[in-house]
Design a binder for this molecule. Structure first.
Ligand code: ZN
Length: 233
């Protein structure tokens, strides 16, 4: 278990990943008084099999869906970086965008996908999102001579205490989301374009089943599971 932070930053590769990965945790922490920032890395403009859909229209739809999902959870702000879906790269520009967000919002905890998995192939954007978030936290946001232009804007170096990776093969940290599992499901259902022909009750059961299995390991009805990397105590 991990204490509720005052401020948390969620870095999500695509619209809907954050809700699946940590929506219950976000809802719980916000209910308990935390402030949460989302950074959405890509515009999700490839996530449709609809033959009539265009990337341009899809990006607009998915940005709106993400805004509604974040609002449902009480997220304070969403930063839209709008990199192309499937086109996230480990560049100085992307890393600098995350460093700027960290120095501005000053979160104690950053949450993102676990980039290090061996038994399951990971979407490239998820791998790069997790890896660059970790790099931005340590050492880039900490050291003032990285992205020195931030200092001129009044942004000081900042030490994030912990990174929580969702989707980890070996989770070691659990958040009890028994009181916010419904909020997670409600937020996820705002991503209408991604639900396709799925029966809404199947979405419920998928999410509850997963959280129940994590809950068994934490001895609570429903939990979200993470791998925790402690960086600055
Ligand atoms: Zn994704």
């Amino acid at each position: 278990m991990i204490d509720r932070p005052d401020r948390a930053m969620v870095v999500t590769p695509h619209p809907d990943d954050a809700e699946i990965g940590c929506g219950g945790t976000v809802a719980r922490w916000i209910r308990e008084g935390a402030r949460v920032l989302y950074v959405l890395c890509t515009n999700g403009d490839k996530g449709s099999g609809d033959l009539d859909m265009t990337s341009e229209r899809l990006a607009e739809i998915r940005e709106r869906e993400q805004a509604e999902a974040a609002e449902t959870l009480g997220v304070e702000e969403v930063i839209y970086l709008r990199h192309p879906d499937g086109g996230l790269e480990d560049t100085s520009e992307f890393r600098g965008q995350l460093v700027r967000a960290i120095r501005r919002f000053r979160p104690q905890i950053a949450l993102c996908p676990d980039p290090f998995r061996t038994s399951f192939y990971l979407h490239r954007d998820h791998r790069i999102c997790g890896q660059v978030t970790m790099d931005a936290v340590f050492p880039y946001a900490r050291d003032r001579l990285h992205y020195p232009e931030h200092e001129a804007e009044g942004l000081e170096p900042y030490k994030v205490a912990d990174v929580l990776f969702w989707g980890a093969e070996t989770p070691d940290t659990y958040v009890d989301v028994s009181d916010t599992i419904q909020a997670k499901i409600d937020a996820l259902k705002k991503h209408t374009s991604q639900l396709g022909d799925n029966d809404p009750s199947e979405v419920d059961e998928f999410i509850r089943g997963h959280a129940r299995r994590s809950g068994e390991r934490a001895d609570v009805p429903y939990a979200e599971a993470f791998r925790r990397v402690q960086i600055h105590g």
